[in-house]
Design a protein around this ligand. Structure first.
Ligand code: SF4
Ligand code: SF4
Length: 270
């Protein structure tokens, strides 16, 4: 299979995004994340992107439902049931041609020291770049996607690497953090994020140990980018004023304070 055939197959299997990086683009990266550490003989990394539908963030945005909407359809189900199927089926098609294809998901450590760096892989495959808020941003969906990968022995033509220009004159994510977790030097206080009760999800198996995709910072990014990305809607995402919680769950804003608007204890990131 060549690059065009890989992309056609990935899209026919349900991928919203697909990009390819020749493995030489990872020369010099930390050994623990180098695809060749996981699969010696890797010559190309195929990156599959699945959008997170905007509606999957609705329950968190309104403070009315955390797990039913985002927890399943933005996170667990989406990654394990939908995207993993596409990654696996594409790996099968590649192996039918005689090349090895190792399917890898972004949010699960391998348990033996290999630490996938999904942002580096997706960037090298030309799908977008990391923004000021620390999210991986694509021109199509902003921060709303998840990635899976195939490390293959196939030698494939790579996609052009791109740098998104979304963050110029924008600091919406920084301003939206109720806990002040963004440091002045642009780094993030992940200790605070792991305790955040503004839509952050505890993910002990991930390198950062927190999923910020539905948190206040990321939803502010969605709002900031809704007229700039390819995936547009007929009406705005934000319907009501924003609910905010402090470190101990106390209400910080006079915005939408629906009584259910508090992260359930199991998602408090503790
Ligand atoms: S996850 Fe919470 S604490 Fe961390 S940056 Fe986002 S809003 Fe702030
Ligand atoms: S909110 Fe603005 S500054 Fe922050 S990551 Fe998104 S585009 Fe960049």
């Amino acid at each position: 299979m060549n690059s065009a055939e890989i992309k056609d197959a990935a899209r026919s299997l349900g991928a919203d995004l697909v990009g390819i990086a020749p493995v030489e683009r990872f020369n010099g990266m930390p050994e623990a994340s180098d695809p060749r550490t996981f699969a010696p003989g890797t010559r190309s990394v195929i990156v599959i992107g699945y959008r997170i539908v905007r509606g999957a963030l609705r329950g968190v945005e309104e403070g009315t439902s955390f797990f039913n909407t985002y927890g399943f359809f933005g996170s667990e189900h989406m990654e394990k049931m939908y995207m993993s199927r596409t990654v696996y089926d594409l790996a099968c098609r590649i192996e039918n041609c005689g090349a090895e294809a190792s399917p890898v998901l972004s949010t699960h450590s391998s348990g033996n020291g290999f630490v996938p760096d999904f942002k580096a892989y997706a960037h090298a495959a030309g799908l977008g770049s990391v923004g000021k808020g620390g999210f991986f941003l694509t021109p199509e969906y902003g921060h709303r996607q998840r990635f899976g990968f195939i490390f293959t022995s196939l030698e494939l033509e790579g996609d052009e690497v791109i740098e998104c220009d979304f963050c110029r004159d924008c600091d919406a994510c920084l301003k939206a953090c109720p806990l002040g977790a963004y440091n002045e030097d642009g780094t993030l206080n992940l200790t605070l994020c792991r305790q955040c009760q503004n839509g952050a999800f505890d993910k002990p198996e991930q390198p950062e140990k927190v999923d910020r995709c539905a948190a206040a910072c990321a939803r502010a990014c969605m709002v900031a980018l809704e007229d700039k990305i390819g995936n547009r809607f007929e009406n705005k995402f934000r319907k009501r004023s924003v609910w905010e919680r402090g470190l101990h769950g106390e209400a910080l804003s006079s915005g939408n304070q629906f009584t259910g608007g508090r992260c359930p204890k199991k998602f408090e990131g503790k």
